[in-house]
Design a protein around this ligand. Structure first.
Ligand code: M7G
Length: 256
């Protein structure tokens, strides 16, 4: 459950119709507990049913460690993990095949190589632009993550960047300079997708330890075609994530 940002248009009503309980007053400063009217106190709620043990772990607060993954670690630890126990991407295929969320699509490009579908992320309830959050899902089914990207994918990434920015400007009047456009490494779902969030929104997972700006990714691939295959990548892992267990077994997770 998440409390969503207070929209500008409901602010006046919120101040007028809420109950205020004074908590502290000092000179010109005071704090209150504000109880808003019922219709302004809704919460955005996400349900996963049935949930696997892996889903339960994903949403639990846990100790987190920063991990360094070399090219060899990816081949011997991460890839076998992805192949054996990553989350199902059935929901992604449902979007691509228009079996779910078809009416929510903002823009799409049918090209099998450079095409994608852009739609609101389910973290965003679309009630206000402050926490704008969309995802672009690529049509190609054989790119698992940032690690698989090579220079041949630059046209795909540039297409997503340009058409995604244009579509968001047209539909939501938010210009490119107010967007944070990035990929996660590691993602939760191993089918390549790009996150589009409002620059003013501290979206979960937008920190430097997990987010890779799409514009940087494009530049890195143009400068070095195998950049993401060759270089070590850093990312956070939760203590009892199964991938963390594999890194620990391989002696790659520091004891801290
Ligand atoms: P990620 O980087 O793989 O993992 O991003 P994260 O969830 O740890 O960030 C997947 C993105 O897809 C996230 O931003 C999710 O909120 C979003 N997402 C996940 N599911 C299952 C759905 C869905 O069914 N519909 C939509 N629209 N978005 C989803």
């Amino acid at each position: 459950m998440e409390k969503t940002p207070i929209g500008h248009d409901s602010l006046a009503e919120m101040l007028k119709d809420s109950t205020l309980e004074l908590k502290m007053k000092n000179d010109i400063y005071s704090t209150y507990q504000l109880i808003p009217p019922a219709h302004l106190s809704d919460m955005k709620t996400t349900v996963i049913c049935p949930a696997t043990q892996k889903h339960v772990k994903k949403y639990q607060v846990q100790e987190t460690f920063l991990v360094e993954e070399t090219e060899e670690d990816y081949r011997s630890i991460t890839l076998p993990y992805i192949q054996s126990q990553s989350f199902s991407v059935q929901w992604v295929y449902n979007i691509l095949e228009k079996k779910a969320e078809a009416e929510r699509i903002i823009c799409e490009d049918p090209d099998p190589k450079t095409g994608f579908v852009l739609l609101p992320d389910f973290k965003w309830d679309m009630k206000q632009l402050d926490d704008l959050y969309l995802i672009a899902i690529v049509r190609s089914r054989d790119i698992k993550s940032l690690r698989d990207l090579r220079s041949e994918h630059v046209p795909l990434l540039e297409n997503i960047l340009r058409k995604g920015q244009e579509a968001i400007l047209k539909k939501f009047s938010v210009p490119a300079c107010k967007l944070r456009i990035y990929l996660h490494y590691q993602p939760s779902y191993y089918h390549l997708h790009v996150h589009f969030t409002s620059l003013s929104h501290d979206a979960p997972g937008c920190g430097v330890e997990r987010a890779h700006l799409l514009s940087d990714v494009i530049l890195n691939l143009k400068g070095s075609p195998m950049y993401y295959q060759k270089r070590p990548l850093f990312f956070p892992l939760q203590a009892d994530d199964n991938l963390a267990v594999k890194f620990r077994e391989a002696g790659k997770l520091p004891n801290c």
